[in-house]
Ligand binder design. Structure first.
Ligand SMILES: C[S@@+](CC[C@H](N)C(=O)[O-])C[C@H]1O[C@@H](n2cnc3c(N)ncnc32)[C@H](O)[C@@H]1O
Length: 207
């Protein structure tokens, strides 16, 4: 079941704004790609991008030769726009319209990527549910990449409150099932010439 209010918010965003008219727009998701390359995962690995919106990460993954990619978002419009951009290549991707809070994966993932979706979860039960979802849906030794607003990042994203994280607070949340591989802070230049501080972190699922 999709949270209708949340769905409406995101449908409104993607129906009314062009790709480069949202603060999170990136022509090329360099930091995500940098991290993914450092993980050396093989091309048959199953990958999911959570709350992908219109992100071009999927384009890069296809170009790199990954064959088993799922893209999930609560907004059908965002998914349709991403499909349209990719044209025939969109047939190589498994597209999922779902609220991550109610997502029931059909398979396990070797890589779970989430840039700026997890940080919208504010309620403790939603955060715990997401953590248990990653625990149940990522393969042993699989990888989890999260990018959230950092402790110095904005309090809101797309007009919605977010939870900001430090490296320590994210490790604390995920430490029962994941060990830290890498983390860094980076400044994202928005299309409006402002900066947003992000924390990127990659974890490895414990065996
Ligand atoms: C700030 S945007 C980031 C988009 C993309 N990850 C990127 O880096 O360009 C947040 C995205 O998360 C999606 N989203 C927000 N809440 C969600 C939820 N509960 N379930 C699934 N997707 C969600 C939104 O539709 C939106 O596309």
């Amino acid at each position: 079941m999709i949270d209708k209010k949340l769905e409406k918010h995101w449908e409104n965003v993607y129906s009314n704004k062009k790709e480069n008219e949202v603060s999170w727009y990136q022509k090329y998701p360099d930091k995500s790609i940098e991290l993914i390359k450092s993980l050396n995962i093989n091309l048959n690995s199953s990958i999911i991008d959570i709350g992908a919106g219109e992100s071009r990460l999927v384009d890069s993954l296809l170009e790199m030769g990954y064959k088993n990619i799922d893209v999930l978002d609560i907004s059908r419009t965002a998914i349709e726009k991403a499909k349209k951009r990719l044209g025939d290549k969109s047939l190589l991707v498994n597209w999922i319209v779902s609220d991550v809070n109610n997502f029931i994966p059909k398979k396990k993932y070797d890589l779970w990527h989430d840039r700026a979706a997890f940080h919208f979860l504010k309620k403790n039960n939603q955060i715990k549910n997401y953590i248990s979802l990653t625990n149940n849906s990522i393969t042993t030794n699989g990888k989890l990449i999260l990018a959230t607003f950092s402790s110095n990042g904005p309090m809101k994203c797309s007009g919605l409150d977010v939870t900001r994280y430090s490296k320590e607070s994210l490790i604390k949340e995920f430490k029962n099932h994941f060990t830290l591989s890498n983390s860094f802070i980076t400044s994202h230049l928005t299309p409006f010439n402002t900066f947003q501080e992000f924390l990127f972190i990659s974890f490895k699922k414990k065996s």
